[in-house]
Design a protein around this ligand. Sequence first.
Ligand SMILES: Cc1ncc(COP(=O)(O)O)c(C=O)c1O
Length: 384
Amino acid sequence: MSTPDTAVSHLLDVYPYLPFQPVSGEGVFLSDGKRRVIDFYGGHAVAGLGYAHPDVLRTLAEQARQLFFQSNAVALAVREEAARKLVAFAPPGLDRVFFTNSGAEANENALRIACRLTGRTKILAMEHGFHGRTAAAAAVTWSSSGKWYGFPRTPFDVDFIPRNDPDAARRMIDASVGAVILEPVQGQAGAVALDPAVIRAISAACREHGALLIADEIQSGMGRCGAPFAIELAGAGVEPDMLTAAKSLAAGFPCGALLMREAIAGQLKHGDLGTTFGGGPIASALIATVIDVIERDRLIDNVRALSREIVDAMPLGPVESVQGAGFLLGLRCRRSAREMLCELLDRGILVGTSADAHVIRLLPPLILERSHVHDLLNALADIR
Ligand SMILES: Cc1ncc(COP(=O)(O)O)c(C=O)c1O
């Protein structure tokens, strides 16, 4: 990975930069001013509609002209409309929304609510899960205590359920557990889809013991996994009490959302949650547009069809196997993921890495086309 010229940079040197410096983007392409690459990384799953999408640009300009910002001190029709569309897009029963600025903030509030409403002090998460870098979100992130975003103490007791062990899940969930938080498809771990049987076991045990189920769909949601939200792929009977979304929710404009059941929302009162920027007019208008475009252009069908083409083409070149769902795919390679990233970039394809040193992650925009998939497959076939 290349590092910036720290001699002239005033930014903290906390990121290993990708060896590509984009200056513009259009559709699924990024350009560094000299050459274009196909963006299979999507700005870390954020560019769900790619770059310079005409509907996004129109909404942004119109809303900015009409009302650039107002806080939650006032009711806004545009915020109500975003919530209405998001609830209709989400799994049934998640009827109430609290908008935030980021994914971690949405998770932070979900965990706060779980502790408060259950009166319990223990939260369970999944091994290898990632939920963000704020105090509560970091506490439920696998191995965070050994990383830079680990705090000296967690704000509640935490334990981690082995990834694909329904019996362990049943054993661990009891009346002391306030909530279980999980990513239906673990992003940072390398696009690992949890076994639907485990998700169903967790959901049933939560219901039995009065623990809340929180689906973190910050990376896996908004159509990326071939359904509006990936928890729906676990089958009937899995009913999260809360669900968090962010990343591509507003096509790259910073925002997050926490959805919950009426039974939870009804117990919250004025002052229990708060944020200055969350649910601002521009984020709200863009959320509504993103959902409109996904539905109008049948982008979830596109994700399913093109994902199938990628999966069916594996193994290929240095790729031994494929994991994940939809456009949240992990390609397990014989070569290191970092080497693969550079080899693919040389061939005009930008991909992501993951916590697994041999898995490259594909998180392309939902507007990807068949020709781009063919370019990816040709590039992979070309690598030894
Ligand atoms: C599954 C998941 N949860 C939470 C987060 C944190 O979101 P944010 O960076 O917007 O705070 C991320 C970010 O990568 C994520 O992938």
